[in-house]
Design a protein around this ligand. Structure first.
Ligand code: ATP
Ligand code: MG
Length: 344
């Protein structure tokens, strides 16, 4: 059904224990035709997983039914089709998505959006494999594997009466919960590599940029990471992708992180401060007296270290230009990099 390129676009990437567990479930589910319910925040890969299950032993078509994009009276016709003249504008007979999925897999995305009357009709197809197109007097048959996805709490919707209990039990034979990306950050490097390979070219993300990416929470999950990589490639012709190439959401995150760090170091009392990762002492040049932190005072050597880091970030690691901007000689910059343990 899918061209090779399309198939490779839907490979599930990641080596975290959570992703490996999902891969094992995909493997098992792919060999049978049981229903599956995929749960997870937006962008966590629910559609990728659904396609991967289908592709284990592909038979018939993989049909996506996006319940959130179908609205109003045409929804039933989208799902079950209609006969000619069923309603104004129904000039020809049309096959619905449920019939199109016959012998294959129907992926019902955002199933929580399906209104109660259509939930009842869907249940009937799942139980009896029969449905009636809009305006038709006779039933038609469709036999397919159903994979449903939602980022809503369906059990709660059942309690509220907005989702049918019988349909919920029918769908929830096996559920796969996809973790948010912030809960499986080990997957981030492999995902970055995967998206870089997809765009082609010979790009590498610098260690500094990777560090920022690893410290970010990714509310849009893998989709946001994919967009981020595409943004970096679009603004930089490479091969190195730097902190400066990150999109505004990550730049804002970086600014926030820096200001938290500055506040923490500037107002750290004597002794270790819980919010400070690196204490000012660790930045002291070898042999220099270690200053005692005092609230509101930033040691000069700490200011100097930050100035050097800023200059290097601004020049994307170009030490000659950084030295020029800092108003010091190149040799002095090299010495200071060594002193502050920044040379590598
Ligand atoms: N583990 C993964 N490996 C490779 N690509 C992934 C992975 N997870 C997600 N993606 C990519 O991230 C994007 C979003 O994935 P997908 O559409 O499957 O998310 P979703 O959970 O269905 O999101 P939504 O709830 O918004 O529909 C896609 O481009 C997909 O290819
Ligand atoms: Mg989706």
């Amino acid at each position: 059904m899918f061209a090779n390129l399309e198939e490779t676009r839907h490979v599930l990437v990641g080596q975290s224990p959570r992703t490996r567990q999902v891969l094992r479930l995909i493997e098992k589910l792919g060999k049978c035709r049981w229903p599956a319910l995929l749960l997870g925040e937006t962008g966590t890969g629910k559609e990728v997983v659904a396609r991967a299950i289908h592709n284990i032993s592909p038979s018939g078509p993989f049909v996506v039914v996006d319940c959130s994009s179908m609205v109003g009276p045409l929804m039933e016709s989208e799902l079950f089709g209609h006969v000619k003249g069923a309603f104004t504008g129904a000039a020809t007979t049309k096959i619905g998505l449920i019939e199109a999925a016959n012998n294959g897999t129907a992926f019902l995305d955002e199933i929580g959006e399906l209104p109660l009357d259509l939930q009842a009709k869907l249940l009937r197809v799942l139980q009896d494999k029969e449905f009636r197109p809009v305006g038709s007097l006779s039933s038609r048959r469709s036999d397919f594997r159903i994979i449903a996805a939602t980022n809503r709490d369906l059990a709660k919707e059942v309690e509220k009466g907005t989702f049918r209990r019988d349909l919920y039990f029918r769908l929830n034979v096996i559920n796969i919960r996809l973790s948010a990306l912030r809960e499986r950050k080990e997957d981030i490097p492999a995902l970055i590599q995967h998206f870089l390979t997809q765009v082609g070219g010979n790009y590498t993300v610098t260690a500094e940029a990777l560090e920022v990416m690893l410290s970010y929470d990714w509310p849009g999950n893998v989709r946001e990471l994919e967009n981020c990589v595409q943004h970096m490639v679009a603004v930089n012709s490479g091969p190195l992708l730097h902190v400066a190439d990150l999109p505004s959401s990550l730049q804002n995150h970086l600014i926030q992180k820096k200001s938290q760090y500055l506040t923490a170091t500037a107002f750290a009392g004597p002794g270790p401060h819980p919010g400070v990762v690196d204490s000012p002492e660790s930045f002291s040049p070898r042999g220099a007296a270690v200053p005692q932190p005092v609230p509101g005072v930033i040691p000069l050597m700490e200011l100097e270290r930050r100035a050097i880091l800023n200059a290097l970030e601004y020049t994307r690691g170009d030490r000659a230009v950084a030295a020029h901007l800092l108003g010091i000689g190149r040799t002095t910059l090299y010495r200071k990099l060594k002193e502050y343990h920044l040379a590598n």
